[in-house]
Design a protein around this ligand. Structure first.
Ligand code: S3P
Length: 447
């Protein structure tokens, strides 16, 4: 029988210092770039979650040796377009959209058909968004006209165009184009709506030719492929998206204070912090430094006096894209009506998060009006639950699970939250850290 987490008590006020797990986007990219380099790269503080284990397993299937010695991962890079594998290879990306989209982009010159599969959630997600650009680099996808996994890729022809535009604000699509471009000498130009820029930072860190002209909404990126990449040492910082669950726990618990150590504070990931500042939350950033071209800091937050509602400017969306579930939960306790728009992309995630978020708010008695790409939330600062609440059938979306735990620990009521193993996708220490902060829960094996 499926396991679930039982929560019947709110967390008591706390003052704590914690370290959350390492950044998922950066961990996946560090492994991919290391495997494309010519020599042994060393990665410290790699996130040890399911998405990363699937990345390691996929790269190993492509002939890359990866070993862990004393907390450091050694990646024996094979070079660009130098993977070694047999015909009829099947790669399993599990739950990870980032791994799936990026791995296709480094297989565009594959002489054999390689099949990519994923779990139930990933198999519902859109791959048309990368099939279109990668086909222009000369790759062919099978079966024809299908846009969901399982799919196969194989080199077919030559590059047809070298100018791309990316209009969704998807870092996965932008990064797929950039990694594909790395395989070609000629320059490639990408006119990309702003999104997280870790791939650009890796290009700079590894001295791969890149020029970026920034405008308000778009970045005009010009890159050139290279023959060889030098191996590197990398230290992965903690994940701002994982931090947000504990920031929310602090905001929604009386008289609490929290410091989170060594978090990546790349501007392209700080949308949720900007939104919460507008909602009346104060943050202090301490011990700022730079690791391998990425900004790092300790983040201090305390319970705000009151939470204000927000009419959220949609230009922030792509910088907060993984945090909206938790922002909706905070908006549920704000004074007034909050409005979030142009959020259709949220329904393209591990679960249709805009719909799931709206149903969740309805379940906890918060009036909301949801369309295909927007949500209006009527906040209730006095929200206090005392009924029974069950969260299940959310496609094991890790962020839905973790948001539900934060709700249960801050709003009251008796909760059963299914699929606790889903946190292992991005944040395996999540429940341990909840315990460290004083959260009480029981994990049961049966209903
Ligand atoms: C990611 C990009 C985002 C984000 C995902 C990680 C990345 O997806 O939601 O969790 O590492 O590039 P999209 O590019 O689809 O917006």
């Amino acid at each position: 029988m499926k396991s679930f987490v039982n929560i019947n008590n709110k967390v008591k006020s706390f003052k704590k210092i914690i370290t959350v797990d390492s950044d998922k986007s950066i961990s996946i990219r560090s492994l991919i770039f290391a495997s494309l380099s010519n020599g042994i790269s060393k990665i410290k503080n790699l996130l040890e979650s399911e998405d990363i284990f699937n990345t390691i397993a996929s790269l190993k299937k492509l002939g890359v040796k990866i070993k862990k010695k004393k907390k450091i991962y050694f990646i024996y890079g094979v070079g660009i377009n130098r993977f070694k594998y047999k015909e009829k290879l099947v790669i399993d990306a599990g739950n990870s959209g980032t791994l799936a989209r990026l791995i296709f982009s480094i297989l565009i010159k594959s002489p054999y058909k390689i099949k990519l599969i994923g779990d139930k959630s990933l198999s519902k997600r859109d791959f048309g968004r990368i099939i279109t650009p990668l086909s222009k680099f000369g790759a062919k996808f099978y079966p024809k006209n299908k846009t969901t996994l399982p799919l196969m890729i194989k080199k077919f022809g030559n590059v047809k165009i070298n100018k791309f535009s990316e209009n969704k604000g998807s870092a996965q699509v932008k990064s797929a184009i950039m990694l594909a471009a790395l395989h070609f000498e000629n320059s490639t130009q990408i006119f990309a709506r702003k999104s997280r820029n870790h791939t650009e930072n890796f290009f700079k860190f590894l001295n791969i030719p890149i020029k970026i002209k920034k405008s308000k909404k778009f970045d005009n990126i010009k890159i050139k492929g290279v023959d060889k990449l030098k191996p590197f040492k990398y230290n992965v910082p903690s994940d701002i998206s994982s931090s947000l669950f504990f920031i929310a726990l602090t905001i929604l618990t009386e008289k609490s204070e929290l410091t989170i150590k060594n978090v990546n504070i790349n501007f392209s990931r700080l949308g949720a912090i900007e939104i919460l500042k507008k909602m009346g939350v104060k943050f202090i950033f301490k011990n700022k430094k730079i690791y391998n071209g990425e900004k790092i800091s300790d983040i201090f937050v305390k319970t705000p006096k009151k939470i204000k509602s927000i009419n959220c400017p949609s230009k922030i969306n792509s910088r907060a894209i993984d945090e909206f579930l938790i922002i909706f939960l905070i908006a549920a306790k704000a004074k007034g009506t909050s409005f979030f728009k142009d959020l259709g992309e949220l329904n393209q995630k591990e679960s249709p998060r805009l719909k799931v978020g709206s149903n969740f708010l309805t379940m906890i008695g918060i009036k909301n009006y949801c369309t295909a790409d927007s949500i209006k939330i009527i906040g209730n600062p006095n929200l206090q639950l005392n009924g029974n609440y069950i969260m299940k059938n959310f496609l094991k979306d890790h962020r839905v699970f973790m948001m539900s735990i934060i709700a249960a620990l801050t709003l009251g009521g008796n909760w059963k939250i299914f699929d606790p193993e889903s946190a292992k996708t991005s944040f395996p220490s999540f429940l341990k850290l909840i315990e460290k902060i004083g959260g009480n829960f029981q994990i049961s094996k049966k209903l």
